[in-house]
Design a protein around this ligand. Structure first.
Ligand SMILES: [Zn+2]
Length: 249
């Protein structure tokens, strides 16, 4: 049996039992074993890890661990200067797309409101979600850490917060999304793109007050739902302002 010492930093400790947090953890194993395997055996999904130092050298997830090694594991947000080190993922996905598990429907709605392509399938096995995330390069969002441990997943995010508003706030910060928002370009219900249409063509589907005012109408190219700027719109604008500061459509 070989033995190595692990230490997890910052919020990665949330995944550990209380008695193992913020201290060295001794792990016994049979060599050879990739460092990813030992990290996940301890309860931390690989998607939450940004940097691994093995005896002070930065290594990838598949690097083997040997007897006597010392492993330091850092989360995505760790305020040390990481520029000289090897990050586990080459680059962030340029225009991020998401795949939310079925328990995160309201978070998916917020992401769509902000213009991000977000799928949220109701009935899908974990293995299918993992495969879809990998195939379409979608960031998998879940509160199920076992799901994030699927090997094929390269970009995933464990959502700690129970409240959807806190969830979207966390994601905006963690993935630095504010510069990429396109509010009200996508259907909150089905993820379809919205298109501008002439009011006359759908006047029979509009409430009286909307027929009379000057608000522009958008229609979902998927489910044909109609959107206009009502009181709900004002509330959403305030919320977006609270997430990202000033913005304009
Ligand atoms: Zn729609």
């Amino acid at each position: 049996m070989a033995e190595a010492n692990f230490r997890f930093y910052e919020e990665l400790n949330d995944f550990l039992p209380v008695k193992r947090r913020k201290r060295d953890i001794s792990v016994s194993f049979s060599t050879p074993v990739p460092v990813r395997h030992l990290i996940e055996t301890l309860g931390v999904p690989h998607t939450e890890v940004e940097i691994i130092l093995l005896n002070g050298e930065s290594v990838g997830l598949d690097h083997p661990v040997s007897d006597g090694d010392r492993v330091s594991v850092y989360p995505v947000f760790e305020s040390l200067d990481v520029t000289p080190l090897l990050r586990l993922r080459s680059a962030p996905l340029r225009r991020p797309r998401f795949l939310a598990d079925a328990h995160l429907g309201r978070l998916a709605g917020y992401l769509r409101m902000l213009g991000f392509d977000t799928l949220c399938p109701m009935l899908m096995l974990d293995s299918e979600l993992a495969a879809l995330s990998a195939r379409e390069h979608r960031i998998l969002l879940t509160r199920d850490r076992a799901l994030l441990m699927h090997r094929v997943i390269t970009h995933g995010c464990y959502v700690r917060q129970p409240s959807p508003r806190e969830q979207i706030r966390y994601l905006m910060q963690r993935l630095d999304l504010c510069g990429l928002i396109r509010p009200f370009s996508r259907c909150i219900t089905c993820n379809g793109m919205l298109e501008h249409i002439a009011k006359e063509t759908v006047v029979d589907r509009l409430p009286e007050r909307v027929r009379k005012n000057r608000s522009e109408i958008r229609r979902c190219t998927g489910c044909r739902h109609l959107y206009w700027k009502g009181s709900h719109y004002e509330r959403m604008c305030l919320f977006i302002g609270s997430l990202c500061g000033d913005w304009s459509e």
